[in-house]
Each structure stands twice: as C-alpha cells, then as structure tokens.
Design a protein around this ligand. Structure first.
Ligand code: CA
Ligand code: CA
Ligand code: CA
Length: 417
C-alpha cells in the first residue's frame, strides 16, 4: 500500500518520512505550511494515488484593481473539473469569472467560498453536463482584485477526473526515487501516457532549490543528457544541485505545437526469427492537452566547502596526497588553497580529481606571494591524466615551499560541480 507522507513545517523529520514514502511506492511532500500549499499537496498526492489529473497550480500576486488570468485547457480526456482558489483578501475583494473555450462568460457555474480567519477558500465544479454544454478548448479563470488600495495573493489549483475514454496522464520522478545522494546526478524523468506512451510533447520542469531559488529546465525525449532511450515517451533532464536539502519539482506538459504522438519504442515484442517487429498502427493526437505533476527530491551528502575566493584567506591543502573536497557553491565560485611545507627537492604534482555534477575544473597555480601566476587555464583539455582528472606537474624552477592553487569551473555560468 503506497504511503504518502507530508512534512509540515521546517522541523519535520524529512528522512523517516521520505523512507516511508519510498519504501511503499508513495511520495513525499515537504513543508506545506499554508492552506493553499496543503490543498496543492493533497491534490498532487491524489493525482498519484488515483487517475485524477492536475491542470494548474499557480500563485498570483494581483495589484489593486488589476486582473490575472489562469488558462484551463479542457481536452477530451477530462471530466468533472474542480477549480480551487485560496486567497488572502476579503471575500468581496476578489471577483472570479470563468470563460469557456469560445471566450464566453460562463454564468451557470458558481464559486462557493468559505471565509476563514486568514485565508478565503473558493471552489467551483465544472460538471460533465456543463463541460458538454460549453465544450472543450482553452477556458480562462479571471481573477480581479476589486480592492482600491491593497494587493492580494491568490493560489489557483485545477484538477479533474479522467473521462471514460481515458486521459493524458503525467508522472514525474527522480531516476532513483526521491533521494539523491552526492555525487550522483539528479536525473528527473517524466512519463506521459494515454493508454500508450506519448513522445513529442513539450515538457518543462521548474525546480525550486532549498533557498527557494527557481530554475527552469526543458526535458527531452531525445536519448541524450540523461535520457536513456530516444522517442520512448519518457522525458529526462539532469538538474544541477549544489547543496543539501529539498528540491521541489513541478513539471508542466502541453501539446501546444501539436507534435505529440503515441510511441511503442521500447515496447515492441521481439520476433522469433529475429526480423524487425512490425509496429502497430497508432492513432494521431489531434488536440492540445495540459498537465502538471510535482515531486520533491531530497539531496544529501553534498560536502560544504566554500573555500575563500582570495589567496590570503585560503584553506590549507597539505602536500601529502591527502586531498581536500571542493565544490562550486555558486556561479563564478573560486576556491583558493594554500599549500605549505613543500619539499622543493622532489617532484611536485597538483591534481583535481573525483569530478562530478558536470565539473570541468580550471586550475590556476600561484607562487608564494599568491599573486604571481605559475600557470593558468589548466584544464582537462590542456592537462588530462590517463583516468580523467586534471594533472599538473610544477616545474622545478617554479617550486617554492609555499604555493597557491585556485579552482573554478571552466564554464563561467555553471552554478554547480
Ligand atoms: Ca526517453
Ligand atoms: Ca566552493
Ligand atoms: Ca569560494
């Protein structure tokens, strides 16, 4: 039986909750601290446990007298759509209006609102009959802040039941479940199905790191960059990370440019005589569909190692082959090391090894004043070892009892490595 665990607040025991979810095929959701977040977390869990689909999960900040618009794409695979709005304004201050796929104001569906202490909860149900009457296509939920002076925050969630003919369904996971242990890469996979797997759709992942910094990554079904098989309906991306903690992942899927097609790649039954198996004829996908899916991954064992960016506060690195762990902690990070008590009568070699998370080191070596450059731009290209690390032998004429080494990422925009 899958168990869904919810970490509530910052002091919740992530480890046991994660293990519980992983061990039972469930999922772990972290830190839902507001009513809107709890609604969202339960809708996500419900979508995984049932065939229910999530179409939107967006938070809007709306200035006084301004409007925001949430598109709700209604396709043939949806029945009984529920729209939830949680907001922090007075009930009378937020006007909610639905428009159908033809752009016509929908007057026969009402929002029911509950006024609680700090959050107002409104919801509307678009029943099967109403869906049939108004038709599919891109609906809009318009949110208007009627207050003349104050802005408001509103969280919109839209979920739906699958129609009897089946529905487009999306699942997102880490390639090894919820847990990522350094130095393993964080590989996200998304599967899109409607009975069969679907390739060619647009898949975008938004990743929120433990500092609440968001990054957007496109996911591809092209067999490269972490994607195992091209065209099999499983989309992948390698996501960067540089610290321990919880990474929230939201995947948005659509067929806006009508390129989605069913695929049987990877599913063809081998023939007895070894001939190429015949693919069955697959129907075309003639409509847009929009889905979102979420998961959270917990990263652990990342070494914290933000050595100083300048030589005069650098970390000590002993000339004993012991090594020190280094890490690109942020974009442009430089880690400076001081190497003292060097035996200037022996050969002296500096290595940058155990490279992970796409690290391409650029090493600079300085003399004992920390300023005079011995050599710079020492990389895997210029100074490779036989086993894939950077290997630099310091010339005897450059050797002093103290040297400095600085390591940064060869790719200037890189934020991890
Ligand atoms: Ca694939
Ligand atoms: Ca660092
Ligand atoms: Ca640094």
């Amino acid at each position: 039986m899958p168990i869904f665990s919810f970490g509530y607040g910052s002091a919740s025991p992530t480890g046991p909750l994660l293990t519980l979810a992983n061990a039972t095929g469930g999922k772990y959701f972290s830190s839902p601290t507001s009513l809107a977040e709890i609604v969202d977390a339960f809708l996500q869990a419900n979508a995984i446990a049932t065939d229910n689909q999530n179409l939107a999960s967006t938070t809007y900040s709306i200035d006084s007298t301004q409007s925001a618009s949430q598109p709700i794409y209604v396709d043939s695979g949806l029945d009984n759509i529920n729209v939830f709005v949680n907001h922090n304004a007075d009930l009378a201050d937020l006007e909610l209006a639905l428009f159908d796929g033809a752009g016509t104001l929908v007057t026969d569906i009402d929002f029911n609102c509950i006024d609680t202490a700090s959050t107002q909860s409104c919801s509307a149900n678009i029943s099967n009959q109403k869906l049939s009457a108004h038709g599919a296509g891109q609906w809009q939920l318009q949110l208007t802040n009627l207050n003349q002076s104050t802005s408001l925050t509103a969280a919109v969630n839209v979920s739906a039941e699958p129609s009897l003919s089946g529905t487009y369904s999306v699942n997102v996971e880490g390639v090894d479940g919820n847990a990522v242990t350094y130095p393993a890469p964080m590989i996200l996979t998304t599967a899109i199905t409607k009975d069969k797997l679907i390739t060619g759709a647009n898949v975008k992942a938004t990743i929120t790191d433990p500092n609440q910094v968001k990054s957007e990554l496109e996911m591809f079904d092209n067999g490269i960059g972490g994607d195992a098989v091209s065209g099999d309906g499983i989309y992948s991306v390698i996501a960067p990370y540089n610290q321990n903690g919880i990474y929230q992942v939201e995947v948005h899927v659509d067929n806006n440019d009508s390129n989605a097609v069913y695929t049987t790649t990877g599913l063809l039954t081998p023939t007895i005589d070894g001939s190429v198996p015949e693919a069955e004829t697959l129907p075309s996908i003639d409509e847009n569909f929009v889905r979102i899916a979420k998961t959270s991954l917990v990263v652990s064992d990342v070494p914290y190692s933000d050595s100083n960016d300048s030589y005069y506060l650098s970390d000590d690195l002993t000339p004993s082959n012991a090594g020190i762990e280094g890490m690109v902690d942020s974009q442009g990070d430089l880690d400076f090391y001081q190497i003292e008590n060097i035996d200037t009568t022996s050969e002296f070699v500096v290595r940058v090894s155990d490279l992970s998370l796409g690290m391409k080191p650029s090493l600079t070596l300085y003399k004992s004043d920390g300023i005079t450059v011995i050599d710079q731009d020492i990389t895997l290209d210029t100074n490779p070892s036989k086993t894939g690390y950077v290997f630099y032998k310091v010339a005897t004429t450059d050797l002093e009892s103290t040297l400095y080494a600085a390591v940064q990422h060869e790719d200037t925009p890189a934020t991890t490595g």
